[in-house]
Ligand binder design. Structure first.
Ligand code: ADP
Ligand code: MG
Length: 465
């Protein structure tokens, strides 16, 4: 081993790890962002006799690092510390008294439950359209996607319990957990699974309290093999619901049932959530979904257009992928708008058309509009009086226009759900959420709705500028 090399070598584990990180980042170039957050949860523990020990929060991290970076890291270590340098891991699961697990191979085999329970008749609330097959893999979602697959294969039997998937709205959390659920159901038809939005969870709980049926409620949930709760951030500031959730969580976890959660932020960042609950979220794996990188954006666009049977030139595809950098949902909207323009308005799928659609898109988010403006524009467009939009009328046309108005208000103003409810005739937050969900669901299938929303957005942002 060269003496000069050693004398210049960094001495502490931190310094060595820092150097490794720099080299990894350098090697990754542009794709570094998703990996950086990931690597932040890896801690250098010690450096002795040329062995660097890294602490990783779960076996998955260990496997991921082994697969993607170990060669690079070891090469770096050798350069810094000499040819005997090695890398070791400590798998550390933050918890009170949870066993240390070294790799997924050492976990107990899945228990076989005889098919006695009529699991197939249990309503799961899963949407069969969301699968792994149509969830495009990319650097931005690889960790979460792989973890979700693993959990579906061996629910309750891996260290990823709970599996906590987080990311901004529109990045694919809901899609991914449905995919997990659908796949798990296919592999383990005997297992009882239930998908919950936080809203439905809260409502069922409140209903159970009202009807004095808490024990039935608990019994039903305690019998689950897999529970998925989507958008858990909506449980913040609801102590009663959190309490019952805590109870259910513990029961299921102790019995090796699988818990899958999503939120718009990492567990530690959930404000208004009790500490004891947040700390339990750290027991398993928290996997992020990042905004899609360029390659993933391309892949998603190509896939979605292909599914619609649309042929598109590469330069148009590249133009869109370069210019829509936010959410997967926005990519989807572009696709729908393209389809609306080409099929309903019979325009040619040209680069010019793509540019027009992308141009509509970009400035929208940064401009401010008010709920009043939205109401006015929707009212004019559908020829329905503002008062009627705000009324309780259930007439189909009115309800349709109202859903759109609510959706736009939620998308482009900063009002909380409750505040929005007041603009719409004192509706409660769940009605507002329902409107938004209705639109989002239908935007994916109805070109007509997409066209209405898109027209309204155009009018809205023209008049407000
Ligand atoms: P979130 O729950 O995070 O707000 P969703 O799961 O509703 O996001 O995703 C928004 C839309 O984008 C959905 O239609 C979903 O199918 C789509 N989507 C997200 N990520 C991907 C992906 N990697 N591949 C294909 N479609 C995706
Ligand atoms: Mg969602």
């Amino acid at each position: 081993m060269g003496v000069s090399q050693v004398s210049e070598a960094p001495v502490s584990a931190e310094e060595v790890w820092q150097r490794c990180l720099e080299i990894i980042q350098h090697n990754l170039g542009e794709n570094v962002a998703p990996v950086r957050t990931f690597l932040r949860s890896v801690q250098p523990v010690s450096l002795q006799d040329s062995v660097l020990v890294l602490r990783v929060p779960s076996p998955f991290f260990y496997e991921y690092i082994e697969e993607h970076f170990s060669t690079l890291i070891v090469r770096t270590l050798r350069r810094l510390l000499g040819p005997k340098a090695r890398l070791e891991y400590q798998v550390f699961i933050t918890s009170e008294a949870k066993p240390m697990r070294l790799s997924s191979q050492e976990l107990p085999p899945p228990t076989v439950v005889p098919g006695l329970r009529p699991a197939q008749n249990f309503p799961t609330y899963l949407n069969p359209r969301y699968t792994f097959d149509n969830f495009i893999e990319g650097e931005c979602n690889r960790l979460a996607r792989q973890a979700a697959r693993t959990v579906a294969q061996r629910p309750g039997q891996t260290a990823f319990n709970p599996l906590f998937i987080y990311g901004e709205v529109g990045q694919g959390k809901t899609h991914l957990v449905h995919a997990l659920g659908n796949y798990a159901r296919m592999l383990h038809p005997e297992k009882i699974l239930l998908y919950y939005t936080s809203e439905r969870f809260t409502n069922e709980y409140i209903e159970a309290v009202r009807k004095n049926k808490i024990s039935e409620f608990l019994q039903r949930l305690h019998s689950l093999d897999i529970i998925i709760v989507d958008d858990i951030q909506f449980l913040t500031g609801k102590p009663g619901t959190q309490d019952i959730f805590f109870h259910i969580f513990n029961h299921l976890h102790q019995n090796n049932r699988q818990i899958v959660l999503t939120a718009d932020v990492a567990p530690q960042e959930l404000r208004g959530m009790e500490e004891r609950i947040v700390s339990r979220f750290g027991w398993g794996l928290a996997a992020p979904l990042f905004p899609p990188d360029y390659q993933t954006r391309l892949d998603i666009l190509r896939f979605k257009l292909q599914q619609e049977g649309v042929e598109i030139a590469e330069d148009i595809l590249a133009y869109i992928a370069e210019n829509i950098q936010t959410h997967v949902r926005d990519l989807e909207s572009v696709v729908i708008q393209l389809l609306a323009e080409t099929s309903l308005r019979r325009r040619e799928l040209s680069l010019e058309l793509a540019q027009q659609i992308v141009a509509r898109f970009k400035p929208l988010r940064s401009r401010a509009v008010t709920v009043e403006q939205i109401l006015r524009v929707v009212s004019n467009y559908f020829k329905i009086h503002v008062d009627e939009l705000r009324s309780k009328s259930r007439k189909k046309q009115v309800a349709y226009a109202r859903h759109i108005a609510v959706f736009l208000a939620r998308k482009y103003t900063r009002h909380a759900l409750k505040g929005l409810g007041e603009y719409f005739g004192g509706r409660d937050h769940s009605t507002i959420l329902h409107s938004c969900q209705w639109i989002e669901e239908n935007l994916r299938v109805s070109k007509e709705l997409a066209m209405h929303v898109q027209d309204l957005e155009r009018i809205l942002f023209r008049t407000s500028s």
